[in-house]
Design a protein. Structure first.
Length: 305
């Protein structure tokens, strides 16, 4: 069994193969070949939540299964620890043989950003940016990397509550060749940027103002009904002037941004459904991502071997 630390896990999950694996699994899911039981979440300590997430593919030779066990504590960064800790176990579905143990936080960051990139590839009108980012943590860094590598984004505007983290992300962006700035004038940044990503701890709403009429907004920080990054008025505006797409059906009862805005979530399509239908790109898109073991299974298929 391969044991991969954070650095090795990142190296084994290059963006393009990971995105291809996500698109392949979405098609397989539409054919009924993928099983993703609802994740189990337990509070095991003050502010510490334990996620147990299985998924597997059936009906194909060499099918894989994964079991993801991670914890999430939003106060860990203040202790010098990652907010997410844990592992992803990859195994053969037909025999149960263990193939790899991956670093959970790295898988989470890369597969979440890759899912956003898949959505942007098919739904965004201008995936090449400029990009407005809310947040400066691991998810923000992963999204920055994938948009730079896959779509050639050259310009970043950043909103972050933490000055130290913001400076690190700006330096990282500049090292990748981007023009990177703090978005002190939010209204100006919203009008400049057709790409908006909210990747915050979702402790409070970060986006109260309306984006451009042709914006692609990816909201990835909130993953429970009580969490939200987008103001209800922003969500309702995007739903009324464009389209809202969910990463998976589970978001219908997990997406606090949408539930708190009073949207009829049962009627909203998933990314897999939209890709299968080949629907045209609307003027504006809100892509709401809550996370799923489906994406961790895609990471298992996307591993560079």
């Amino acid at each position: 069994m391969r044991l991969l630390d954070a650095q090795a896990t990142a190296a084994a999950l290059p963006w393009q193969p990971l995105m291809a694996a996500i698109e392949s699994l979405l098609a397989a899911q539409q054919r009924g070949e993928v099983q993703v039981p609802e994740r189990s979440v337990h509070t095991i300590g003050p502010h510490t939540h334990w996620f147990l997430m299985p998924a597997w593919r059936t009906g194909s030779d060499g099918a894989l299964a994964i079991a993801k066990l991670i914890t999430y504590n939003p106060h860990n960064p203040a202790r010098g620890l990652p907010a997410i800790l844990g592992d992803v176990l990859v195994l053969k579905a037909d025999t149960g043989e263990r193939l790899a143990l991956l670093d959970g936080p790295t898988v989470t960051a890369r597969r979440t950003a890759a899912v956003t990139a898949v959505a942007a590839r098919h739904l965004a009108r201008e995936p090449g940016g400029p990009l407005l980012m809310f947040g400066a943590g691991a998810q923000a860094g992963a999204h920055l990397e994938v948009f730079r590598e896959v779509f050639g984004v050259r310009e970043l505007w950043l909103r972050s509550r933490g000055a130290e983290g913001a400076q690190r992300l700006l330096a990282r962006a500049r090292a990748l060749g981007l023009q990177a700035h703090m978005a002190d004038d939010l209204q100006a940044a919203l009008q400049r940027c057709p790409l908006v990503v909210t990747a915050t701890p979702a402790a409070e709403v970060c986006l109260h103002s309306l984006p451009r009429d042709d914006a692609f907004v990816a909201a990835v920080g909130a993953f429970t009904p009580t969490m939200a990054e987008l103001a209800p008025a922003v969500v309702r505006h995007l739903a009324g002037h464009g389209r809202v797409v969910l990463d998976t059906a589970a978001a219908r009862h997990e997406a606090g941004d949408l539930l708190q805005a009073g949207l009829a979530v049962r009627a909203l399509p998933t990314l897999g459904e939209v890709l299968a239908a080949g629907a045209p790109r609307p003027q504006a898109t809100l892509f709401k991502s809550c996370g799923s073991a489906l994406w961790d299974l895609a990471a298992a298929y996307g591993l560079a071997r």
